[in-house]
Design a protein. Structure first.
Length: 412
């Protein structure tokens, strides 16, 4: 019986599509307004996490403010940080920086066996140095891909000697990937109109990152065991963690280093506070309230028009009563029809909301914004709209149930 009522309701919708669309628009737009921000937020989350390594959204960079010349971290500090924060991080490595031959010379990163994971890089060729080579201060090196191309061109550098000052290193690997040096702290690529604006703003406000940090981000270094230069302390600490954990981890790191007597300077991606703070949750709650208000108003419009439909279909109702239909069956018919109309409106509102999100992304200058289908929010909204429609159908159902078939047919 319920299936037959739903089919009859769909026939009523198909019979008068234009009028039905006018009736449905409140529910459709209410649902679309609920899906639109959810689609943008979920798409942006997925893009941010997908591009985390490239944009640096999963990265923390730590340096020490040197109030005195000798103040710096030690390799023992690096190991202590790794042990203290092991459950919360994916990788942690320290880097000592050394340049040979001036600005266009060789940029050396002295580090340990965790560097490849900490820089979120992979091997394009060869291998990384081992713990044994680290312990024995073996003069081997792994080249960043750009540096390898600049230095050796199309020649395979694996196994070749690379002089750096008085030490001759053997090239054992080439590393690729990592955080792009063409992407700034907000996720803009070089050449983007917003990238130029942000870089100018950083420069004028004095918020530009320091030279050592920019050197680390450029894929033009050679990584060597830190024991080859035993007197060179780590200048930078690089950490990789889940993006959702970065802000809390940053606060813990700051507290830990201050307790240890250091004055840390910590860099994280500038999009993180927006993506993972309570401001976003407040926005989502406000969006849900607006969605419910829109749906309630839309459903009220549907219910009022369904009451008018009862007046228009009085003859049909009277004939059904004469044929033996009970009042409860008449009432159920209008409840199901109202619920079906609201459910159809909810289903039509979901793709409309996603289409609005897609248009918003096309017009958005931020490269980090994207859209996606939000399954949980969409199904929840369609369910809520349908439920409100069923409840809202009580008024026209009550009106239809009270019609006197004798009076209706007499007037006809």
């Amino acid at each position: 019986m319920l299936v037959r009522l739903i089919i009859n309701a769909l026939r009523q919708i198909a019979r008068q599509p234009f009028r039905t669309l006018l009736v449905l628009q409140g529910v459709i737009w209410g649902t679309a307004l609920g899906v639109f921000p959810s689609s943008l937020i979920q798409g942006s989350f997925q893009r941010a996490e997908r591009d985390a390594a490239t944009s640096g959204i999963d990265r923390i960079l730590v340096t020490i403010e040197r109030r005195q010349r000798e103040e710096t971290l030690s390799w023992a500090d690096i190991e202590a940080l790794r042990n203290s924060f092991a459950p919360d991080i994916k990788a942690l490595a320290g880097y000592g920086l050394k340049s040979i031959g001036g600005e266009d010379g060789i940029k050396i990163l002295t580090t340990d066996t965790n560097a490849l994971a900490s820089r979120s890089m992979s091997l394009a060729a060869g291998r990384f140095f081992t713990a044994e080579e680290l312990a024995n201060a073996t003069p081997v090196c792994v080249l960043d891909e750009k540096f390898a191309r600049r230095r050796f061109g199309s020649t395979n550098p694996i196994g070749q000697a690379l002089p750096a000052g008085t030490i001759h290193f053997t090239v054992i690997g080439i590393a690729t990937g990592g955080t792009s040096d063409d992407v700034d702290e907000f996720g803009y690529e070089d050449g983007h109109v917003m990238s130029k604006f942000i870089r100018g703003l950083q420069k004028n406000l004095g918020a530009i990152q320091s030279g050592p940090i920019r050197q680390l981000s450029r894929a033009e270094n050679m990584m060597v065991p830190r024991t080859v230069f035993p007197n060179l302390p780590p200048t930078i600490v690089e950490i990789r963690a889940e993006p959702k954990r970065i802000l809390d981890l940053r606060a813990s790191l700051r507290s830990h280093l201050i307790t240890a007597g250091h004055q840390p300077v910590i860099f994280t991606n500038a999009l993180l506070p927006f993506l993972y703070r309570e401001t976003l949750n407040t926005f989502l709650e406000l969006n849900r309230v607006v969605f419910l208000l829109c749906v309630v108003v839309g459903t009220c419009v549907v219910c009022v028009l369904m009451v008018l439909s009862v007046v228009e279909r009085a003859r049909e109702i009277a004939i059904r009563r004469v044929e033996g239909a009970r009042r409860s069956q008449i009432a159920l018919q209008f409840i199901v029809e109202t619920g079906t109309i609201c459910a159809v409106g909810g289903v039509l509102g979901v793709p409309l909301g996603m289409a609005l999100a897609a248009v918003r992304v096309r017009l958005e200058p931020l490269g980090a914004v994207d859209w996606a289908f939000p399954p949980y929010e969409s199904f929840t909204m369609v369910f809520v709209v349908s439920l409100i429609g069923l409840v809202g159908g009580l008024l026209p159902a009550w009106r239809a149930m009270r019609l006197d078939p004798v009076e209706v047919l007499r007037n006809e």
